[in-house]
Design a protein around this ligand. Structure first.
Ligand code: FES
Ligand code: FES
Length: 173
């Protein structure tokens, strides 16, 4: 890297999936590119790149946000979570992911990371979210494969389990 290029970069510090990030970043770099190419966390997908499809959704300070519309420098000091945070350190799937797997709520999986992040944020703030609220969240996500019905079914089961009303056998990753 030339000295000029280095001087054009800005220091950015934030938390990604519980780990501190302290890097230099170009001013116009998108959060999607920073997470995927600078950090190497490729679970966050990139589809339309202009805020329509929802594939790039990440959690910023508890709120789902389009990473393709967010500059990396905008998350300075924030807590950012991506789909990688939903499984545990051993790679065992979380409740929502296990329900998606059980109900075949994904095919190509391109939309899945963003949908999981948005539903996770919904359940974090509304433990008793109902089907209408789940469907409302899904209006922000395009899925060309599933027809959405298995996603809704999986989300409803996960919501019930997260409330402690039922439990199903854990599914290993
Ligand atoms: S890639 Fe961000 S909304 Fe489609
Ligand atoms: S599973 Fe293919 S786009 Fe949703």
């Amino acid at each position: 890297m030339t000295r000029l290029a280095a001087e054009q970069r800005h220091r950015i510090r934030f938390t990604l999936n519980g780990e501190a990030v302290d890097r230099l970043c170009e001013p116009r770099m998108l959060l999607t590119d920073f997470i995927r190419h600078e950090i190497g966390a490729t679970g966050t997908h990139v589809g339309c790149e202009h805020g329509v499809c929802g594939a790039c959704t990440v959690n910023i300070d508890g709120q789902p946000a389009r990473a393709c519309l967010t500059l990396a420098l905008q998350v300075e000091g924030c807590e950012v979570r991506t789909v990688e945070s939903l499984a545990d350190k051993q790679g065992r799937l979380g409740v929502l992911q296990s329900a998606f797997r059980k109900h075949h709520a994904l095919q190509c999986g391109f939309c899945t990371a963003g949908i999981l992040i948005s539903l996770d944020a919904l359940f974090a703030r509304r433990a008793d979210a109902d089907e209408a609220e789940i469907r409302d969240v899904l209006t922000g996500h395009l899925c060309r494969c599933t027809g959405y019905a298995p996603i809704v079914k999986a989300a409803l089961e996960a919501a019930t389990e997260l409330r402690g009303d039922i439990s199903h056998e854990p599914i290993d990753a």
